[in-house]
Design a protein around this ligand. Structure first.
Ligand SMILES: Nc1ncnc2c1ncn2[C@@H]1O[C@H](COP(=O)(O)OP(=O)(O)OP(=O)(O)O)[C@@H](O)[C@H]1O
Length: 907
C-alpha cells in the first residue's frame, strides 16, 4: 500500500511543517487578527511616499452575497503582495474593482496617486494598473501580436502597420521569442497563453500589476519564468498583487501576504511571519487536515477498463497504455508535450488512429466512448466544461437528467436532492442554485463541473487540471472524492501541471514528451522533484533541455500548422475570408452559367443590369447590417427604416436637381439614421434589451411612422434623382461602382487599423475586449448608429428605383439584409466577414430572386432558392473549416512524430 503523502510537503515549501491546525490556534487567530482591516506589517521592501495602490473602505455585494466587506488594502512600491483566501472569499472581486471591471458599492481606489472615479478598465490602465485575469483575456481568433497590441495602453501602442515587428521585439524582451507572434493565439498552449498575458501586462511598465491565478496553467518551468518576471517587475519598482491557491508559490515570491475569508480581511503579514499552517488556518478559520488520501492497495486494482494500442492523433502518439479499475494515473510533462491531446484521444475525440478499447470493446468515436462509460472533464470551463448560459442547478443536473426523471418527466424533488448532494459534497459556496453559473467564483465553478461529471457515475474519468483554481481545503476534498470513487472501481486518468498533485495523489505517473510516453514512475516513490527530473532526463537523452524541447515543438508544430503544403491549402488556412469570397464568386458563376444554359437572354447587358439594380439597395442595407453584426449585434429594423426614408424623400425631394437632391437626401439619411440608431443603441446598451427584441420594437414603430407618412404609395420623388441613381456605366449602375470602392476601402481599414482590430475584438469577445481596455459598449452603440445611417442611405438608393413615396417597399429587405452578409462570410456571433462579401452576397441573392422569373418559375422558387443558397454556403463554410483543421492536424502528427514508440505505460 502506498503511504499517504502530505499536501504540505507537496504543495508548499519543501520544509514546511506538516499541518493539522489545532482549535487552540484557531482561537488565537480570532483573538489576534482584527477583521475588517489588514495589519500594517513593517517587513518587506522599502516604501515610497506615494503608494502604487490604495483601496479604502471597499465593499461589494451581489444580491445577498457579500463578496467584499469594508476593507482597506495597500500595496507598496517594489513588493510582490500575495493575496490568498478560499474559493469565493473575494480575491477576484478586489482584483476586478482595482482593474475597473467591477464597480464597488463603497470605497475609493487610488492608483499611483490618481483616484479612480469612473471604474472602467481604461481608466485603471491609464493610471498604471494592468491585470491578468483568472479566466484570461486572450482572444483566440486573433494573432499573438494583435492580442499584445489590444492589451497595451493606447499611449504605448505602435503604429498598427508595425504590429508584428513590435510584438516580436516585445516578446524577445521577455525571453518568450519561441512564441510566434503571427500565429493565432488559439494555437498556443494554455501555459503559453498565461505567459503571454503576463508579458502583455508587463510591457506597459505598470505601477501596479494584478495577477489573478496567473500561474494556474503553468508547469514547473512556466512557473519559474512567471515568478521571475514578477520579481523583476517588483525590482523595477512595480507593485505586484499575486492571487493564487498555490501557497508554495506565494512563499517563493511574495514579500507580504494578505488573507481574505468570506469577504473579510484577516490581516497582512510579512512572508517570514507566517507559515503554510497559519495561512491555511487564517483562510479556513478552522483546523484543516490536509493529507492526501491513501493510494490504492494492489488488491484494489482491477481489470483494465481503458486500453490504447498504437493510438495516435493530433499532437500525440503512438501510445500504448492500459488503465485499470481502481487506479488513478497521472500524465505529467512539460507544458505542450501532447498530454492534453492524449487525454482527448483517450476519449476518442476526433476518432484517432490506432486501437482504443473501453471495458474490452473497441470504441471509435466520442459518442461510443461516452456510451461505454467514459467521462471527460476539460479544464476549459468557459467553452467546454460548463454551460455558461445555464443556472448552477442546471449545470449540476444536466448530465443525469435520465436518472432524475420518471417516464421522461423530470422530478423536481429528485433534482433538488441531487443539487443539494453536490453542493454539500463539494462545499460549493453559492447564493442560490438558480443564479447563473457565471456568478460563482472560479474555484466554485470548478467544483460544479466536477460535481456534474461525477454524478454521471462514469467507469473511466479523464480529467484535465482537476483542481485548477480550487483552494487548499477543497483540493483535499476533491482528492478524497476521486480516491473514494476509484475504490468503488473508477479508473481515473488526470493531466496536471502541478507535479506535487501528481506525486501526492496518483498510483502511477506517466511522463509525456513530444506526445509519447517516455517514462513511468510509481506513485509511492514519486515526488515533485522526481517528476520534474524525469522531463529533464528525457530532454538530456536527446541532447536538449526542457526549453529546447518546447522551442523545437513550437518551431516544428506551429509553422507546419500555419503553412500546410500546397498553395490552395495555404490560402484556405491563412485567408479564410478570401476563401469564402472565392466560394461566393464560384456560386455566382455557377448560378449564372446554369441560368444562361436554360435561357440565353440572361447574360445580356439589360438582364445583368436588372440584377445589379435589384442588388444595389440590398448591398447597401447588407453593409448596414454587417456594421452591427461585426460587433456581435443585430438590427432587424433596417428594412422598415429604408421604407421610412423613401416616404420622407417623397415629401422633401420632389423637384430638386440630381446634386441638390443627393445632398438633401444624404442629410435626411444622416439625421434619420442618427435618431433611429441612437434609440436602438440606448435600448440595447443602456436598457440592456436583447438586440432582436429591441429592434423588432423599433421596426414596428418605424413601420407605423411610414404608414402615417404615406398610408398608400403617393408623391413622386425627383426625376433627376431617380434617373441619376439608376444610370449606368456599361451594364453596372454607377452607385454600385461607388459602393464597391467604398466597401474595399472599409475592408482595408477594418483589417489594417487599430480601430478595426478593436471592432473585431468587440465582436469576437466583448467581455475580453472590455478587460483589455476596449470601450466595447461605446463601439457597439456607435455601430447601431452607423447601421441606421447606412440603412437610410440604402433607402435613398431604393427611392431612386421606386420613384414614389411607398413606405412598405423596405419590408422585403429585412431578412435579405441579414442573409447577404452571412453569405458573404459574416457570423451572427460577430468578428467575421467583409463589406465586399456583403455586396457579393447581395448580388447572389438578387440573382436567386430574379432567376426563377427568367426561367419562368414562380415566386415560391425564388424564396426556396434564396434559402437553399444560404444553407449551402453555411454548410460549406463550417464543414470546410473543420475538415481543414483535421486534415492539417493529421499531416503534422505524422510529420513530427513519425516512429516514436511508447512502451513503459502499458499496465
Ligand atoms: N457577477 C457575480 N454575480 C453574483 N455573485 C458573484 C459575482 N461575482 C462574484 N460573485 C460572488 O462573490 C463572492 C466572491 O467571489 P470572488 O470571485 O471574488 O472569489 P475568489 O476569492 O476570487 O474565489 P476563487 O478563488 O474561487 O476565484 C463569491 O461568493 C461569488 O459567488
Amino acid at each position: 500500500m502506498g503511504r499517504p503523502a502530505r499536501l504540505t510537503k507537496q504543495l508548499v515549501k519543501p520544509n514546511a511543517i506538516p499541518m493539522k491546525v489545532s482549535q487552540e490556534s484557531e482561537n488565537l487567530v480570532s483573538k489576534t487578527v482584527p477583521t475588517g482591516r489588514p495589519d500594517a506589517v513593517a517587513s518587506g521592501p522599502s516604501t515610497d511616499a506615494r503608494l502604487p495602490l490604495v483601496a479604502k473602505g471597499i465593499s461589494k455585494s451581489y444580491g445577498v452575497v457579500r463578496a467584499l466587506q469594508q476593507g482597506d488594502f495597500e500595496l507598496r512600491r517594489g513588493e510582490v503582495h500575495g493575496l490568498v483566501g478560499e474559493n469565493g472569499s473575494g480575491k477576484s472581486t478586489l482584483v476586478g474593482i482595482v482593474s475597473g471591471t467591477v464597480r464597488p458599492d463603497t470605497g475609493t481606489v487610488e492608483i499611483d496617486g490618481s483616484s479612480c472615479t469612473r471604474h472602467t478598465p481604461w481608466e485603471s490602465q491609464r493610471h498604471g494598473a494592468l491585470t491578468v485575469f483568472q479566466d484570461g483575456s486572450v482572444l483566440t481568433d486573433l494573432t499573438v501580436a494583435q492580442n499584445l497590441y489590444l492589451g497595451t495602453p493606447v499611449s504605448q501602442r505602435p503604429a498598427y502597420r508595425r504590429v508584428d515587428q513590435w510584438a516580436s521585439e516585445r516578446v524577445r524582451d521577455f525571453g518568450l521569442d519561441r512564441i510566434p507572434v503571427t500565429a493565432l493565439a488559439d494555437t498556443l498552449s494554455p501555459g503559453d497563453r498565461q505567459l503571454l498575458e503576463i508579458a502583455r501586462a508587463l510591457m506597459a511598465k505598470p505601477a501596479v500589476l494584478l495577477l489573478d491565478e496567473a500561474t494556474s496553467a503553468l508547469d514547473a518551468a512556466g512557473v519559474a519564468i512567471a515568478l521571475d518576471l514578477m520579481s523583476r517587475a517588483a525590482a523595477d519598482g512595480c507593485g505586484v498583487v499575486f492571487v493564487t491557491h498555490r501557497l508554495s508559490e506565494v512563499f517563493r515570491v511574495a514579500d507580504r501576504i494578505s488573507v481574505l475569508r468570506d469577504g473579510i480581511w484577516q490581516g497582512t503579514y510579512g512572508r517570514d511571519e507566517v507559515d503554510t499552517n497559519r495561512l491555511v488556518e487564517l483562510m479556513a478559520g478552522t483546523s484543516v487536515d490536509v493529507e492526501f488520501p491513501d493510494r490504492a492497495r494492489p488488491d484494489e486494482i482491477g481489470e483494465p477498463l481503458l486500453a490504447a494500442s498504437e493510438l495516435r492523433g493530433i499532437g500525440y502518439g503512438p501510445v500504448d497504455l492500459a488503465i485499470r479499475a481502481g487506479e488513478i494515473v497521472g500524465i505529467a510533462g512539460a507544458d505542450d508535450n501532447g498530454q492534453l491531446e492524449l487525454l482527448r484521444g483517450l476519449a476518442a475525440i476526433d476518432v484517432p488512429d490506432g486501437r482504443l478499447d473501453v471495458k474490452g470493446s473497441p470504441v471509435t468515436s466520442f459518442g461510443q466512448s461516452v456510451g461505454a462509460g467514459v467521462a471527460l472533464l476539460s479544464s476549459d470551463r468557459r467553452r467546454e466544461s460548463l454551460f455558461q448560459s445555464l443556472a448552477i442547478r442546471e449545470n449540476l443536473v444536466v448530465g443525469v437528467l435520465g436518472k432524475l426523471s420518471t417516464a421522461g418527466v423530470l422530478s423536481w424533488a429528485k433534482e433538488k436532492g441531487q443539487v443539494r448532494e453536490s453542493v454539500d459534497t463539494f462545499g460549493i459556496r453559492l447564493g442560490s442554485a438558480e443564479d447563473p453559473i457565471t456568478s460563482l467564483s472560479g474555484g466554485n465553478q470548478q467544483k460544479v463541473a466536477l460535481g456534474r461529471v461525477l454524478a454521471t457515475e462514469p467507469d473511466v474519468l479523464l480529467i484535465d487540471e482537476p483542481t485548477q483554481g480550487v483552494d487548499v481545503r477543497s483540493r483535499i476534498d476533491i482528492y478524497h472524492m476521486l480516491r473514494d470513487s476509484a475504490k468503488r472501481g473508477l479508473a481515473v486518468v488526470l493531466v496536471s501541471s502541478d507535479a506535487s498533485e501528481l506525486a501526492g495523489l496518483c498510483d502511477r505517473i506517466l511522463v509525456a514528451s513530444r506526445g509519447v510516453i517516455v517514462a513511468e514512475l510509481p506513485g509511492a516513490t514519486a515526488t515533485e522533484e522526481r517528476i520534474v527530473e524525469a522531463f529533464a532526463v528525457e530532454s538530456d537523452r536527446s541532447g536538449e533541455d526542457a526549453a529546447a524541447v518546447r522551442t523545437a515543438a513550437a518551431e516544428t508544430v506551429v509553422p507546419e500548422a500555419a503553412k500546410p503544403p500546397g498553395a490552395l491549402r495555404q490560402l484556405v488556412r491563412n485567408h479564410p475570408e478570401a476563401m469564402r469570397l472565392g466560394l461566393l464568386v464560384l456560386m455566382l458563376v455557377a448560378l449564372g452559367a446554369y441560368t444562361q444554359s436554360r435561357n440565353d437572354t440572361f447574360l445580356t447587358s439589360a438582364s445583368l443590369y436588372n440584377v445589379l439594380l435589384f442588388a444595389l439597395p440590398l448591398a447597401a442595407v447588407a453593409a448596414a447590417e454587417f456594421a452591427v453584426m461585426f460587433v456581435g449585434g443585430i438590427d432587424v429594423s433596417v428594412g422598415a427604416l429604408m421604407g421610412v426614408t423613401v416616404a420622407l424623400l417623397s415629401f422633401i425631394v420632389t423637384t430638386t436637381s440630381l446634386i441638390g437632391g443627393l445632398v438633401v437626401s444624404i442629410l435626411v439619411a444622416i439625421g434619420v439614421g442618427i435618431v433611429v440608431g441612437s434609440v436602438n443603441a440606448t435600448l440595447v446598451e443602456r436598457v440592456r434589451i436583447s438586440p432582436v427584441i429591441a429592434t423588432i420594437a423599433t421596426l414596428g414603430i418605424l413601420q407605423g411612422i411610414g404608414l402615417l407618412l404615406r398610408p398608400t404609395a403617393a408623391g413622386s420623388i425627383s426625376l433627376d434623382l431617380t434617373n441619376g441613381l439608376t444610370s449606368k456605366i456599361s451594364f453596372i449602375p454607377w452607385p454600385m461602382v461607388v459602393l464597391a470602392v467604398l466597401f474595399l476601402i472599409a475592408d482595408r481599414l477594418l483589417r489594417s487599423t487599430g480601430q478595426g482590430l478593436r471592432l473585431r475584438a468587440t465582436g469576437l469577445n466583448p467581455q475580453f475586449a472590455y478587460r483589455l481596455g476596449v470601450n466595447a459598449p461605446r463601439l457597439r452603440s456607435l455601430s447601431y448608429v452607423v447601421c441606421s445611417i447606412l440603412a437610410a442611405f440604402a433607402g435613398i438608393l431604393l427611392a431612386g428605383q421606386v420613384g414614389v413615396g411607398d413606405s412598405t417597399v423596405g419590408n422585403q429587405y429585412t431578412l435579405l439584409a441579414i442573409a447577404a452578409p452571412i453569405l458573404g462570410g459574416a457570423s451572427l456571433l460577430g468578428g467575421r466577414g467583409t463589406f465586399i462579401g456583403c455586396m457579393l452576397g447581395a448580388i447572389l441573392l438578387a440573382m436567386a430572386q430574379t432567376m426563377p422569373t427568367t426561367l419562368g418559375l414562380g415566386d415560391g422558387a425564388s424564396f426556396i432558392l434564396t434559402g437553399a443558397l444560404t444553407l449551402i454556403a453555411l454548410l460549406i463554410y463550417t464543414t470546410g473549416a473543420a475538415k481543414a483543421a483535421r486534415t492539417y492536424g493529421r499531416t503534422i502528427v505524422r510529420k513530427v512524430m513519425p516512429s516514436r514508440r511508447s512502451s513503459p505505460a502499458a499496465g
